[in-house]
Write a protein that binds this ligand. Structure first.
Ligand code: NAD
Length: 499
């Protein structure tokens, strides 16, 4: 079976720990590759390489660093089809969606081409008599990113592009479920002119993650994944004094006001609820119609659209709406949650549980499911399902819908569909969620804004990409300087003040 390699010091390196994980094709259920799971010694080798390479990279003119990213963007376009195919094969998402995964990362690479501007410091001439004061942003040194399976191109790029543009060396620990694309990205960065050792990919599981968290040479950790692991990583890394930002799971609601355009709302919900089989941290998993009449109209529009969804492997063509779940375990978990929803009294309006595809009987496919009359005490409401399951949770008033979202543990994304500007404005002002859509179902900010959730969807300071990324991956040094006009004034004995 083909073996994935680590990329350390600019070269592919075979794993030496003796531990491996299988990498599956989720459509067929077959293990196609194995990925090595690194141990502490392998992590340390990568960190040593990164540490040795970083000072010269930090000393490289930021415009020259940015040009590596400029070339990287060109290479991503050149290899788009290859990247998308490799991504779909290990993740299961459709080819158009896989290209979206690459492009949303590429856009952050484009943003980082502006690093020289973003890294400019501040300067005050004459902060005191003959005194100038200036602040500069300096890289942290060696930093690390630990990323999830569901965006194997986008999220690694969200992490390493700004970190590297800012002059750091980077250790990427991607998900062990779909490790091929992260390697391809690192190879493209090397081809684009990145010096060896500045971007290392070390594959593995908890063992190597813990080694990253405990390494005294890793100055910052950025994590994206599930909430329990986000919190664990935040606490363990912060305890050693590292800079940490951890983005976790989600339960995203869409409020549907009685005046919403119901066709537009239903179309938006279909894409946001079922795209990528619901395996998106910004998927809408709860639709909240305000009033029973709104709910009836919504269900009437949703049901035929959900029943018409085409589920299949990415190889079946671009008209497939979504593919399989990532693993057998994910499929079992999602089916278990659907059963728990029925047991708890929710109404399963569309039942995709028994879906099977000829020739792909061992694939991890789950058909689209639509629940009505879901209440906040049910497990299908409380847990992030991460599958093609949309819940409709009815409320009586607008205030009830606001309260439902406010009281939910997660705070990644939320949307409101309405024609009422006053309601939309009130909602976006009051709601305790990091990213808000007004008649936009998945409000993922573009590269030049920042991405991050509130409550149990995010731990630590600052958001991903946008200007925050450059704040996260740099530290500020402030210099106060005076060039004496000569020795004519002699020594000063009292503390200088502005008076
Ligand atoms: P996960 O938490 O299982 O894994 C994420 C990373 O952590 C992987 O690299 C994995 O190897 C590592 N990991 C797993 N268990 C660990 C442990 N016990 N100790 C140390 N490291 C461990 O998440 P996943 O299943 O890959 O991704 C899906 C989750 O990610 C969902 O909850 C989704 O909402 C979330 N997500 C959040 C965002 C966001 O920006 N908020 C974006 C994408 C995905």
């Amino acid at each position: 079976m083909k073996e994935v390699q680590h990329i350390i010091g600019g070269k592919p390196v075979a794993g030496i720990s003796g531990r491996y994980a299988d990498v599956f094709n989720p459509a067929t259920g077959e293990a196609e590759k194995k990925v090595p799971l690194a141990n502490v010694a392998e992590l340390n080798a990568a960190v040593e390489n990164a540490k040795a390479a970083q000072p010269a990279w930090a000393a490289t003119n930021p415009q020259k660093r940015a040009r590596v990213l400029m070339e990287f963007v060109r290479l991503l376009h050149r290899d788009m089809d290859k990247l998308a195919e490799a991504l779909s094969r290990e993740h299961g998402k459709t080819i158009p969606d896989a290209k979206g995964d690459v492009i949303r990362g590429l856009e952050v690479a484009e943003f980082c081409i502006g690093a020289p501007h973003l890294l400019k410091g501040e300067y005050n001439e004459g902060a005191g008599p003959g005194i100038d004061m200036y602040s500069m942003r300096q890289p942290l040194g060696v930093v690390a990113g630990i990323t999830p399976f569901n965006f194997p191109a986008m999220i690694p790029m969200w992490k390493f592009c700004p970190a590297i543009a800012a002059g750091n060396a980077f250790i990427l620990k991607p998900s062990e479920r779909d490790p091929t694309v992260p390697n391809m990205l690192a190879e493209l960065m090397l081809e684009a002119g990145l010096p060896d050792g500045i971007l290392n990919v070390v594959h593995g599981d908890k063992e190597v993650v813990d080694a990253i968290l405990d390494s005294p040479d890793v100055m910052a950790v950025g994590f994206v994944g599930s909430t329990p692991i986000a919190q664990y990583i935040y606490e363990r890394a912060a305890a050693t004094g590292k800079r940490v930002q951890c983005f976790g799971g989600a339960k995203n609601h869409m409020i549907i006001m009685p005046d919403a355009d119901m066709d537009q709302t239903a179309d938006a919900l279909i894409g946001a609820g079922y795209g990528a089989a619901g395996e998106r941290c910004m998927a809408v998993s709860v639709a909240v119609p305000v009033g029973d009449e709104t709910a009836e109209r919504l269900i009437a529009k949703l049901r035929p659209r959900v029943e018409a969804l085409k589920v299949g492997p990415y190889t079946e063509g671009d008209d497939v709406d979504f593919g399989p779940l990532v693993t057998k375990e994910a499929k079992t978990r999602v089916l278990g949650l659907i059963d728990s929803g029925i047991d708890a009294g929710a109404e399963l309006v569309v039942d995709g549980r028994s879906m099977s595809l000829q020739g792909y009987e061992n694939g991890n496919f789950v058909g689209p499911c639509l629940f009505d009359k879901v209440t906040t005490d049910m497990e299908i409401y409380k847990q992030e399902i991460f599958g093609p399951v949309l819940s409709v949770a009815r409320v009586t008033t607008y205030e009830d819908s606001v309260r439902m979202v406010m009281e939910n543990d997660y705070g990644n994304g939320v949307a409101i569909f309405t024609r009422d500007g006053d309601a939309a404005r009130d909602f976006s002002n009051r709601i305790n969620v990091g990213m808000v859509g007004i008649n936009v179902p998945i409000p993922v900010p573009l590269a030049y804004h920042t991405f991050g959730g509130w409550k149990r969807s995010g731990f630590g300071d600052l958001n991903q990409h946008g200007p925050d990324a450059f704040r996260f991956y740099t530290r500020t040094k402030t210099v106060t300087s005076r060039w004496p006009s000569g020795i004519k004034e002699g020594a000063e004995f009292s503390i200088p003040t502005m008076n």
